[in-house]
Design a protein around this ligand. Structure first.
Ligand SMILES: [Fe+2]
Length: 173
């Protein structure tokens, strides 16, 4: 199941403990925890509440994303400041771990928005090239809500792969 599809994604072993997963899901399930600006992929409104989960020692920012409707917009992510509290949110490259069991494929597209790769990393994690490559989430109305925890980096995709290999392999969050 571990496999690479550079420069779009790499599947990596799951690295969230049961205890952390329960804590994150409790935070995620609070009323009004998520907001959707336009992508049909909602983000956690107040990410400052999540930063204590970064035990990696790395320069990255924690975020939760939620999908619960089809037809998310094909997009590239941009580094930006959170609209509600100003937390800087790099989005060049992310390391993503599902917190929910359901399926939800991440699809990647070329510059003409033709699909070129897709990955369902349930039970695993994935390094995703969110800043350089068009992508969205393939979600059907029959799927249950999908929530992922992400470490968000300003570094380019190939740099995050090096960071992962040198400093994160074996680390549990
Ligand atoms: Fe994205």
């Amino acid at each position: 199941m571990l496999h690479n599809c550079d420069p779009y994604y790499r599947v990596i072993p799951y690295a969230i403990t049961d205890s952390t997963k329960q804590d994150l899901l409790e935070i995620a399930h609070a009323p009004g925890a998520f907001v959707d600006i336009s992508y049909k992929i909602s983000f956690f409104k107040l990410p400052s509440k999540l930063q204590r989960f970064n035990n990696t020692g790395l320069d990255c920012v924690c975020q939760l994303l939620r999908v619960n409707e089809p037809d998310s917009v094909i997009h590239k992510d941009r580094n930006r400041h959170n609209e509600y509290e100003g937390t800087y949110m790099p989005r060049q490259t992310v390391i993503s771990f599902p917190l929910t069991d359901n399926s939800g494929e991440t699809c990647f597209y070329d510059e003409q928005k033709n699909i070129v790769a897709k990955v369902d990393y349930n039970g695993y994690g994935a390094i995703l090239n969110t800043g350089e490559q068009f992508h969205n989430v393939n979600f059907s109305i029959h799927n249950n809500t999908r929530i992922v925890f992400q470490l968000c980096f300003e570094n380019m995709y190939h740099e995050v792969i090096d960071i992962y290999n040198e400093k994160l392999v074996g680390t549990m969050i």
